[in-house]
Design a protein around this ligand. Structure first.
Ligand SMILES: Cc1cc2nc3c(=O)[nH]c(=O)nc-3n(C[C@H](O)[C@H](O)[C@H](O)COP(=O)(O)OP(=O)(O)OC[C@H]3O[C@@H](n4cnc5c(N)ncnc54)[C@H](O)[C@@H]3O)c2cc1C
Ligand SMILES: *[C@@H]1O[C@H](CO)[C@@H](O)[C@H](O)[C@H]1NC(C)=O
Length: 633
């Protein structure tokens, strides 16, 4: 124990460096992890940053996020290919591993801290009416900050992608790629071999910790007439406990899943803290031959002999294309960039999932996730020693539901609303982290949540699945270090207002089922300041309500969409090659033609698994043609 106390002092120092937010147990938590679980902190566990980069690689992958980590792993499976992964951020920490602390990561140094342009249609409860678009700036990308919910989407999403003219992307085509990464730790689900797999790199498990509200949510779903289903299986409509990208109660980011296992491959090179500023594209041949980046304040260049893979995410992939001369020619000229290829779709077609914050119910029992009650020395030790307890809770996200409003086809299994059911709400940390992460103004927070701070509640976040509104991204200037301009355009299409409003009504009804009333559930009906003038619970009231605490679920996508050559707005072809230039693909959330019906991380990982196979197929085919053998040697 003396050693343990000793490490507290040392760890307190690291702890202070790790995070901006204040949480008294952090030093103890880190010390306990160091003492009981040293391997988690062992620096040798982190992938090595390559000291001397080569001048030229076969492949350069830009961005080590959900997609980029998979690409680096799968491409280095071919020992003859040298692969460089370039990432703007650094390593994960012990804190990023702890599920309940994910909200502390927003606005920290591993977040790009993007904010949208102020618009009237949504986010009116936020400071400056700007939504906060958290994005990971760390090896593992947004999978290091996310809430780890594992949802694949609906088979119709992918069948629709194929119907747009993208052969090879139907559900039956992509299902094997979902399964390829999967290591399903729930033995019951793992038995269903049609939909699940074990032994993949990405660990998928149930939560080690549920409050009594978790099972109650399912029971209330049954009361409403819904089935309890495997939402990643045959039928999506229904209720379920979430599954998470988690391993033994800690976060399983794509850095942990896909990069740590390959850190000793000699053909894998890694450059961290390296900000890519431009792709090098020859204006006459239109061939992509390298990448320019800034590291340690110095400008550097590396060359690619085969391909550059852009996996910088739905904000930065289109930004980098535009900075490199691929985008809407008129826009590029406006900011002083010489167009190399006129591609009007770059940065357009921006889609995201939004939910509505603030649908909370007070209950009579002390069972909710209330941060100042559950995050303490005991739970820290429990987390470090037995890998369970409240710290493994993903901020109270316990159950999921896929339901259809009156605007969806009732006989089809293509729901239009997802409920994120939580044993907590915005007020469960006393107005510290959630308020800050979502950028809520003091006035809004105090008026709506002030009186229920730290009380026992449950929350329902209704999320709209298939938005019709489309946002866009533009360059502010030609300076690569300037943040681009982000226009969300949320709720600018009337159909979206209708669906989300009905989603909120359904959420309020859910909270009033007999099952939930048994907990003493009472709807916290405090109106947002801007909607006070409207009669409570009318359509006009809800239409106002949804524009106040409009919550991004951080699923930005679609900004370099995949499509056939006949679609002028398509940026990449069905093999994810950028139209108009050679030697360049985009492989990340940006390529989705339409957003998938659920949280999108699993689909992004699938896109990279399939993308890697497309790259391999092309280059191994060429090798076979030139050498008469499939072996690339
Ligand atoms: C707070 C939060 C919660 C979420 N919760 C969930 C959830 O529970 N379930 C779910 O399914 N999805 C969730 N998501 C969404 C999901 O995590 C993302 O959609 C997914 O990680 C996107 O993967 P990507 O590869 O497209 O981009 P990212 O993972 O964001 O990766 C892009 C990478 O590129 C790097 N990069 C960008 N620009 C440059 C540059 N110029 N030079 C060098 N590197 C660069 C970035 O630093 C980053 O590491 C959440 C996201 C966030 C932010
Ligand atoms: C609703 O879905 C069913 C089943 O897929 C389909 O047969 C029917 O045509 C759809 N109805 C409408 C109005 O789209």
């Amino acid at each position: 124990m003396a050693i343990f106390i000793g490490t507290i002092v040392a760890a307190a120092k690291t702890g202070a460096l790790l995070l901006v937010g204040k949480l008294a147990i952090l030093p103890i938590l880190i010390a306990a992890i160091a003492y009981f679980n040293y391997d988690l902190m062992d620096p040798e566990n982190h992938p090595h940053v390559t000291k001397n980069l080569l001048q030229q690689y076969d492949f350069i992958v830009i961005g080590g996020g959900s997609a980029g980590s998979v690409m680096a792993n799968r491409l280095t499976e071919i020992p003859e290919w040298n692969v460089l992964l370039i990432e703007a951020g650094g390593h994960e920490t012990e804190i990023t591993d702890v599920p309940i602390l994910s909200l502390y990561l927003h606005k920290s140094k591993i977040d790009w801290k993007y904010r949208t342009q102020p618009q009237k249609s949504a986010c009116q409860a936020m400071v400056d009416q700007r939504c906060c678009w958290t994005r990971g700036k760390v090896l593992g990308g947004s999978s290091v900050l996310n809430t780890m919910l594992y949802i694949r989407g609906n088979r119709r999403d992918f069948d629709q992608w194929e119907s747009f003219g993208n052969p090879g992307w139907s559900f039956e085509d992509v299902l094997p790629y979902f399964k390829k990464s999967e290591d399903q730790r729930n033995p019951y689900l793992a038995r269903d071999k049609r939909y699940h797999n074990t032994g993949g790199y990405l660990t998928i498990q149930d939560s080690p910790y549920n409050t009594p509200l978790g099972p109650a949510f399912l029971q209330a779903g049954e009361e409403m007439g819904y089935d309890i289903v495997d939402v990643n299986g045959e039928q999506q409509t229904g209720f379920a406990l979430w599954q998470y990208t988690m391993r033994r109660g800690t976060r399983c980011s794509t850095a942990k899943a896909f990069i740590r296992p390959i850190r000793l491959r000699p053909n894998f090179h890694l450059s961290l803290w390296s900000h890519v500023t431009r792709l090098l594209i020859d204006p006459s041949t239109k061939h992509t031959y390298g990448v320019e980046f800034i590291r340690n304040g110095r400008r550097e260049i590396v060359y690619a002999s085969k391909e550059v893979i852009l996996s910088a995410g739905a904000i930065n992939s289109p930004q980098l294309l535009m900075l490199s001369g691929v985008g809407d020619a008129r826009h590029l000229q406006q900011v002083g960039i010489k167009p190399i290829h006129d591609s009007p779709g770059v940065g357009q077609n921006l889609q995201d999932h939004i939910a509505v914050g603030g649908v909370a119910f007070l209950i009579d029992y002390p069972i909710s996730i209330v941060m100042n009650r559950l995050v303490n020395v005991n739970s820290a030790l429990r987390y470090a020693i037995t890998e369970d307890g409240p710290l493994t809770s993903s901020v109270g996200l316990e159950a999921v539901a896929f339901i259809s409003t009156k605007y969806a086809n009732q006989t089809d299994d293509w729901p239009d609303i997802e409920f994120m059911l939580t044993s907590s709400s915005t007020c469960s940390d006393g107005g510290t982290q959630v308020k800050n992460a979502h950028g809520l103004s003091d006035d809004f927070y105090n008026e709506v949540f002030g009186e229920i701070n730290n009380r026992d509640v449950f929350g329902i976040f209704p999320m709209m699945l298939r938005p019709q509104s489309r946002g866009f991204i533009k360059l502010r200037t030609k300076n690569p270090l300037d943040y681009p301009l982000l226009y969300h355009n949320y709720l600018t299409h009337k159909a979206d207002v209708d669906v989300l409003r009905e989603g909120v009504k359904a959420a309020v009804a859910f909270g009033q089922t007999a099952t939930m009333r048994r907990f003493g559930a009472r709807f916290h009906s405090k109106p947002p300041p801007n909607c006070k003038h409207l009669p409570l619970f009318t359509d006009d009231y809800w239409n106002c309500f949804i524009r106040q605490y409009t919550m991004t679920i951080y699923h930005m996508s679609g900004t370099t969409k995949m499509g056939p050559p006949t679609d002028p707005m398509a940026v990449v072809d069905p093999e994810l090659r950028v139209y108009g230039v050679s030697g360049l693909r985009v492989i990340d959330a940006s390529i989705m033609p339409t957003i998938t019906n659920g949280n999108i991380n699993a689909a992004v990982i699938m896109i990279a698994e399939k993308g890697a196979d497309l790259v391999k197929a092309q280059w191994l085919r060429r090798w076979k043609r030139d050498n008469g053998t499939i072996n690339p040697r």
